[in-house]
Ligand binder design. Structure first.
Ligand code: C2E
Ligand code: CA
Ligand code: CA
Length: 573
C-alpha cells in the first residue's frame, strides 16, 4: 500500500511511521511537509492512503482534502485526518468534507492507526463502488440502450438548457429532426435485427461527422435529433453536406447492402419560436414537410429560411462548378495619388462570368465562398491571376505601382498562404513590395496563431498590409496599434453626402487625423465627386479611390485607359 503523510512536523512523522512499522503494516511510506508539496506529489503519483494533518501552519488542509476528493475520478484514495486537538466540530467538518477517518495525534498507537487506515480504505472502496454504480445508472438513464447515444430524457434536458442559454446570450439554437426514409420497409423486408443494425450504423456515421456545438440524440424508434448551438445558417449548410456525404456509401448489414436516405426538418430559436417545446414542434413540422416532398431532403419550418438555404446551397454548388470551369475574372479599380491625382495603385476585384446571370459581383458569392472554405481555392486563383496581370504590366506601369489584393479571413488562416504567394511571385518574377494585401478587422479579432504567423511572415517578406473598410464594424484603435499595418482604407460609408450631419464630418476628420498621427498611409474609398476628393486630400488622405475616377474596369480597359495611353504614361512619370 502506498501512503502519503502530509504533516509539517518531523516528530509527527516519526510517530506515524513508527506506529505503522510497529503494527507491521505493509506500507510504502512517503512524507511531505506542505500542502504545496502534497499537491505536486499527488499530481504525479497515486496513493492508496493520505494521512493529512488538519493543522499545517500557513496552509489550509481542508482545501487539499476537497481537492483530493474533487479529482478522485477512477482512483480511490482513503483519507485519514490527523489533528493536534480533540475538536468535535473540526472532526465533523472533516468527515462531511469527505475524510474517511479522523484521529487525534495523542491517541496514535500502532493498533489505533492501523484500524484507522483499514477503516478509511474500506469506506473509500465503498464510496468508489457507489460512485461507479451511480454513474452506470446515470448513463443508462441518459443513453439509449441500442445505439448508446444520448436518449430522449437527455434531449429534453439539453434542449431546455440550450434554449435558455441561447436566450440569455442572444445566440441562435438550431434543431434538426432526422428520420430515415422508408425505415418500415427496411424492417419489414430485412427483419428487425437488420433494422436495429441500420440504426446503430446511422448513429455511428452521424457521430463521426459532428463538430463541436453539434449534439446527437435518439429520440426513440427511428427518430434522431441534432441540437446545434452558436449557429449560423451556413454552418447548417455544412452539416447537411456532411450528413449527405456520411450516407453516400450504402450500409453493409449482414448480407444486405442498404442505401439509407433521410428526411431532415429544421427550426431555429428565436427565429421560429420562443421555447424548447415549440422549437421541437416546429422542427417536427419541418421534418414532415420533408417527408411529404418524398424524403431525402431538408426542410425548414419557415419559408424565408427555406429560401435562404436553397439560395446558399445553389451558390455553393455553382461556385464549385465555376472554379472548375474558370468562370472568374479580375477587374481593376485605379487608386489615385491625392497630390496630383495620378495613378498610384489599383485594387483587384473579382467578378464572376456566370453562364446564365452574366457578370456577377462578389456580394452575391463571396460570403458563401468564405463560409464554405471555398474562398481558399478561389483566393489562389485570384493571387495567380493578379500576378499574371502584374507581370504583363511590368514595362508599362508607373514606378512603384502597387496592386492591392483582397485577402479573406479564411485565406489568412491557411497555413499554405505564404508559400503559395512565394511560389507565384518567383514564377512571375515579382516582388512582395509590388503588392498590398487588404485584410479586414474580423481577421484581427480571430487572432489565431495561423493568422498571426501569416501576417508576421507576410510583413517580413515586404508585402504592404492594408486594413480595409475602416470605420465600419469594430474599428479598434488597438488593432492599428498592435498589428504592423501600413495602410488604412477609410470605408466609403464615412464619405459625406448631401444629407450628412456635422457630426459625421467630424467623425471623418477625427479618424483621419488619428490615423495620420500614427504615421499610417490613408486611402479614402468611395470618392464619388470632386468635393469629396478635395476634402479627403485636405484631411490628409494619401490616396483616393472611387467612381469619381473610375469604376473597377476589365483588365484590357484598365490597361488602355491607365497604363498604355500617352495620358496615363505622362501622369505616371
Ligand atoms: P471592398 O474590398 O471594400 O471593395 C471595394 C468595393 O467598393 C468594390 O465593390 C468597388 O466596386 C466598390 N466601390 C469602389 N468605389 C466606389 C464608389 O465610389 N462608390 C461605391 N458605391 N462603391 C465603390 P465590389 O467589387 O462589388 O466588391 C465588394 C466586396 O467584395 C469587396 O469590398 C470585398 O470585400 C469583396 N471582394 C471583391 N473582390 C474580392 C477578392 O478578390 N477577394 C476577396 N476575398 N474579396 C473580394
Ligand atoms: Ca478591398
Ligand atoms: Ca473597402
Amino acid at each position: 500500500m502506498k501512503l502519503l503523510l502530509v504533516d509539517d512536523s518531523r516528530d509527527d512523522r516519526i510517530l506515524v511511521e513508527h506506529a505503522l512499522l510497529y503494527a507491521k503494516f505493509p506500507v510504502e511510506f512517503n512524507w511531505v511537509q506542505s500542502v504545496e508539496e502534497a499537491n505536486e506529489t499527488l499530481l504525479k503519483e497515486n496513493f492508496d492512503t493520505v494521512i493529512l494533518s488538519a493543522q499545517i501552519p500557513g496552509w489550509d488542509s481542508m482545501e487539499l482534502l476537497l481537492d483530493i476528493k474533487n479529482h478522485a475520478g477512477e482512483k480511490q484514495t482513503a483519507i485519514v485526518m490527523l489533528s493536534d486537538v480533540d475538536n468535535h466540530d473540526l472532526a465533523l467538518k472533516c468527515i462531511r468534507s469527505g475524510a474517511h477517518d479522523f484521529i487525534i495525534k495523542s491517541d496514535i498507537s500502532a493498533k489505533r492507526l492501523q484500524r484507522a487506515v483499514i477503516h478509511a480504505t474500506a469506506r473509500s472502496e465503498l464510496e468508489l463502488k457507489l460512485r461507479q454504480s451511480y454513474e452506470r445508472v446515470k448513463f443508462l438513464a441518459e443513453h439509449d440502450a441500442l445505439t448508446c447515444t444520448s436518449n430522449r430524457y437527455m434531449f429534453d434536458m439539453s434542449l431546455q438548457n440550450a434554449v435558455e442559454l441561447g436566450q440569455l446570450q442572444h445566440t441562435c439554437v438550431g434543431l434538426v429532426i432526422i428520420n430515415p426514409d422508408r425505415f418500415k420497409f427496411i424492417n419489414d423486408t430485412y427483419g428487425h435485427e437488420a433494422g436495429d443494425a441500420v440504426l446503430v450504423e446511422l448513429t455511428s456515421r452521424l457521430k463521426a461527422i459532428l463538430k463541436r456545438d453539434e449534439q446527437l440524440f435518439r429520440l426513440g424508434g427511428d427518430e434522431f435529433a441534432i441540437l446545434l448551438t452558436n449557429l449560423a445558417y451556413a454552418h447548417l449548410g455544412g452539416l447537411h453536406q456532411r450528413i449527405n456525404e456520411a450516407l453516400n456509401a450504402p450500409m453493409q448489414i449482414g448480407e444486405f447492402e442498404i442505401k439509407l436516405t433521410l428526411s431532415l426538418g429544421v427550426a431555429f430559436n428565436p427565429q421560429n419560436c420562443d421555447s424548447a417545446s415549440s422549437l421541437h414542434r416546429c422542427a417536427d413540422i419541418a421534418m414532415f414537410r420533408a417527408k411529404q416532398l418524398g424524403g431525402n431532403t431538408i426542410c425548414f419550418v419557415d419559408d424565408d429560411a427555406q429560401e435562404q438555404f436553397k439560395r446558399r446551397f445553389n451558390i455553393e454548388n455553382e461556385l464549385q462548378r465555376a472554379i472548375e470551369n474558370d468562370e472568374f475574372e479580375l477587374h481593376f479599380q485605379p487608386v489615385m495619388c491625392s497630390d496630383n491625382m495620378s495613378l498610384e495603385s489599383c485594387e483587384a476585384l473579382i467578378r464572376w462570368n456566370h453562364p446564365e446571370k452574366g457578370l456577377v459581383f462578389p456580394d452575391y458569392f463571396i460570403e458563401v465562398a468564405e463560409e464554405t472554405g471555398m474562398v481558399v481555392e478561389l483566393g489562389r486563383w485570384i493571387i495567380e491571376s493578379a500576378c499574371a496581370h502584374m507581370a504583363r504590366w511590368q514595362r508599362h506601369k508607373p514606378v512603384d505601382f502597387v496592386m492591392a489584393i483582397n485577402i479573406s479571413p479564411q485565406q489568412l488562416n491557411d497555413k499554405h498562404l505564404v508559400s503559395f504567394l512565394d511560389k507565384k511571385l518567383s514564377e512571375y518574377g515579382l516582388r512582395p513590395q509590388q503588392f498590398e494585401l487588404e485584410i479586414t478587422e474580423t481577421v484581427l479579432l480571430r487572432d489565431t496563431p495561423e493568422v498571426f504567423n501569416n501576417l508576421q511572415t507576410l510583413i517580413h517578406r515586404g508585402f504592404g498590409i492594408a486594413l480595409d473598410d475602416f470605420g465600419t464594424g469594430y474599428s479598434s484603435i488597438q488593432h492599428l496599434h498592435s498589428f504592423p499595418i501600413s495602410t488604412v482604407k477609410i470605408d466609403r460609408s464615412l464619405m459625406p453626402t448631401p444629407t450628412s450631419t456635422k457630426k459625421s464630418l467630424s467623425l471623418l476628420k477625427g479618424l483621419m487625423s488619428m490615423i495620420k498621427s500614427m504615421d499610417l498611409s490613408i486611402v479614402a474609398e468611395g470618392i464619388e465627386n470632386l468635393g469629396n476628393a478635395n476634402l479627403c486630400r485636405d484631411l490628409g488622405a494619401d490616396r483616393l479611390q472611387g467612381y469619381f475616377f473610375s469604376k473597377p474596369l476589365p483588365a484590357n480597359t484598365f490597361e488602355q485607359d491607365y497604363l498604355y495611353t500617352r495620358r496615363a504614361r505622362q501622369v505616371a512619370v
